[in-house]
Ligand binder design. Sequence first.
Ligand code: BGC
Length: 826
Amino acid sequence: MKKFKVYSPDSPEETKMEKQHRALARKVAAESIVLLKNTGVLPLKTQKVALYGAGARMTIRGGAGSGDMRERYSVNIEEGLQNANVTITSKAWLDRFQSDYQKQSDDRRNLIEEKIKDYTQKDVLKMFEVIAAVPLKYPIGSKIALEEIPQDDTQNAIYVVARQAGEGHDRHVEKGDFLLDDVEVANIKLLAQKFKNLTVIVNCGSMIDLSPLDQIDNIGAILFVGQVGTEGGNAVADVLLGKVTPSGKLVDTWAKKYTDFPAAESYSYLGSDLTNADYTEGIYVGYRYFDTFNVAPRYPFGFGLSYTTFDFKSTSQLIKGSSVKVKTQVKNIGDTYSGKETIQLYISKPGIQVQSEKIALCAFEKTANLKPGETAELTLSFDLNDVAVFNEEKALWLLEKGDYTLLLGDSSQNISPIAVLKVSQDIDVEKVAHICPKTRDFKELEVAKGKTHVAAGDVPSLTVDPAAFKLIEHSYQPSTAEPTAKTTEILNNLNIEDLVTLCVGGGQFDKYYNLTPGVAGNTTAALLEKGIPNINLSDGPAGLNVLTETLITPDGIQKFLRKIPDSNNWGFIRKMADYAIAKPQEGRPVYQFMTAWPAVVNQAQTWDPDLVKQIGSAIGAEMLEIGVSLWLAPAINIHRNPLCGRNFEYYSEDPYLTSVMASAVIEGVQSHQGVGVTVKHFCCNNQEENRDHMSANLSERTLREIYTKAFKFVVKHAQPKAVMSSYNKVNGVYTANNYDLLTKLLRNEFGFTGIVMTDWNAAAEGKADYQKCQASGNDLIMPGYPVARESLLAGLKKGTIPEKAIKTSAIRILNLIFSSAVGEDF
Ligand code: BGC
């Protein structure tokens, strides 16, 4: 048997596929950009731009942490504009910005190197503590000097505000983070005085407070570009120059100020207790809160301008069984620019028995590119079962008797009634068992029953036939799994200890059969002799986060090729350069230039599931190319609060939009035989601070209607191969130890049949318990260390883990391995 196998290319040449994926990344980025304001300065009228702000040269193409990417190269906004033959007239400021930043980062490195100069390899954890204690803040850039402003005031000025965020930390309501810094405000003010045409670009994975801009006259345009991926600069230039008409729409409500968000003061580090997050706002997240409680946002959910204007109307509405269809006509009524429009359908429920949000998104469709004067027909459809509310007392999903008004519009605030659905009696949709009881006594936000319904007025009415619905009921029991013909053969050869070995990831083992340098994890390679190869799991969700250039020695050892990557070039790693770096002739060079896609938040802002499905398909193809079997994405947590450090990895504040977009990416990836996705983090991973010790406390209704709704939808519509639980607890119980979540909800109710894994080191001393993981319905403990295996063996002996649970998990893991492309190839 061969000692190892490498799928990755051994040539650094840019492949045809890479080029195609770059082109798609550019298209997605351009379609994801949201135009928030435009007095007519955009598209740019001249090819001369005075460009400032941190994001001009250090354009953020994606967030930090496991959601980061390592790609061949990325295009910043300055380069993007230059590629489009724009002359940049502010090089003096940009060069000064860059050299200031370089100095700051060199000083930091020298300081750290000094502090750790006596450390050895065994001090690795201590070394990372020192590094973390001296964070390098993303630069703001300094004040623009008068001589850095070109004299010719007819040209355009652009100021790019940039913010970075990532795993492990939430953003801060401080200047330079959620708030604009004084230097930024002063710079923008100065440019507004000196130039006729000023555009402010926000380059950040989530919103920031733009209120200081209200005091500055003459800001001609504001663009929210999010985090634009590898081709970001080119895509921004496409929009600025009018090659692409912006068609992105916000996926979150932008408040006028931070404290306008519900439960703002107690979020994460702002609250008094970092171990408990009480979700006091209940189901009123995002626009559900702003609309219901009449708080005016700065920009509403679903909002985004275009270079052209559209007219739209509903032409017919139809109900068949539980399925509702709304036909809509959209016309580009501008006379200059082509463009795309996204029409959104909201529903206002009766809210009499169960209090309800004023409106909830239930369908949307985006047009193709419409030329001036051109009309498109769209059909928006949804299933009434999906808009049922959860009656907590009865543990029942219910369509209560009453009127359901349908409202059509181009944002959550620009909508009007188009039809009313009449439900003549209560319809029981799904009966469930209670889960996750609340352990803390706090009240969730409430509205008076019956006060939130939007009256339909004089619109057509449709009658819902209760006989068209069939009550769904569940049986609750430990789940089972069946081996395939291939895995039955293998199973016969395994003893119970081998089965336990399978249930613990390969982090315990440093020699693998299938090698993909830089992946976040692997299944075990300890059972090769018994015919079981390891498979590899790569982060997500902006692409495949693997090493770009490595070398594999004839013994299968992975080394850096030629140099240590900048991000690893620290402390003892640098000292070990002689060992860690290899030259091409010492083994097999491996090149993995994967596409860095625009951040997930950008993907959602396209409101175009077909486009997102294409991203998924491209990622699936890249997985096959480098031998990755499971993608650790999509991440579908809800944007509960704009400060969450990982919002850029998640889709939206709205569960329905999240569901549709995530299903699309899953379908794309899994359209390739032999690769699969891992939907994460199940569930309520809505803050990063103290994420592995905190408890998200919420009512069963909020848990079901907001925080697990998208998981339910994607399991039903896209059958992901894996789910990853989160670090946190839900109502006091770690999700990785939570039978209610992993077995009753995910498997018994949602019907999930794939594998469940823990998040990385979520099970460890002082965190989730190893044995309870297995007894709760978890299959795989990641990344996997010997201590986890020993604990599972002890649990089996003591009887805290049923042997059947281990066997079931092992079967699922084997089925996954042998249905993967690399497993089949073994
Ligand atoms: C993150 C996961 C990620 C895993 C592996 C964890 O810290 O929460 O999203 O997939 O690491 O890198």
